[in-house]
Design a binder for this molecule. Structure first.
Ligand code: IMP
Length: 195
């Protein structure tokens, strides 16, 4: 079985990767098992940040590494919060604070377009100096609603309205979200490439 390290401390992401890659004879291990220090996400693009994290994990483990980076881009905010989605409301950011700030910024201008899209990038680096990393990208179009709906998912999901389902991402069961989502699409590309 080939071993790949996952550059994330998120237990849910680890379990999901393990479930999807096990049939391909790939064992996914968490970077925490190797005491990999966190990398600074200094990139201005999702691709750069994913590469920074994967390269860091590969450097400290000597193994191939997978990393992901994701966020939400809102048209009326010129693509913000983008790569800053997790830390949109600053130090001590939480999902609730990020959502409150997003609603505040959009509520002040009632005529703006609330079109938005989620973006996910998953990168696989075969080694630290890999100059041609595998880059998988998925997007998911929707729009921001000012009132939250639903209690599933995480992050901006209660405010992310999915037109084709006529509900928010937080109102979709996990399987339905995975089938449509930015992350689901990027994962499907990764699996296809590894096959
Ligand atoms: P990270 O890629 O784990 O750093 O996540 C980036 C941030 O983007 C998260 O903290 C969320 O705020 C947001 N985000 C990314 N994907 C989703 C999603 O599927 N639902 C809701 N929020 C998301």
């Amino acid at each position: 079985m080939e071993k790949i390290v996952l550059a994330s401390g998120n237990a849910k992401k680890l379990a999901e990767m393990q479930r999807l890659l096990e049939p391909l004879n790939i064992e996914v291990v968490a970077q925490s098992e190797f005491s990999v220090p966190e990398a600074d996400e200094t990139g201005t693009t999702f691709v750069e940040n994913a590469i920074i994290k994967a390269r860091n994990a590969s450097k400290y483990t000597g193994l191939p590494a997978i990393a992901d980076d994701s966020g939400i881009e809102v048209e009326a905010l010129n693509g913000a919060p983008g790569v800053f989605s997790a830390r949109f409301s600053g130090v001590g950011a939480t999902d609730a604070k990020n959502n409150a700030l997003l609603v505040e910024m959009l509520a002040d201008a009632p005529d703006v377009s609330r079109n938005a899209r989620y973006v996910a990038v998953i990168v696989l680096m075969r080694h630290e100096d890999d100059a041609t990393p595998l880059i998988c990208q998925g997007t998911w179009d929707g729009e921001i609603v000012l009132e939250p709906h639903g209690d599933q998912g995480f992050g901006y999901d209660p405010h992310f309205f999915v037109r084709e389902k006529n509900c928010t991402a937080a109102q979709l069961p996990p399987e339905e979200k995975n089938a449509l989502s930015h992350r689901g699409k990027a994962m499907a590309q990764l699996i296809q490439a590894l096959q």
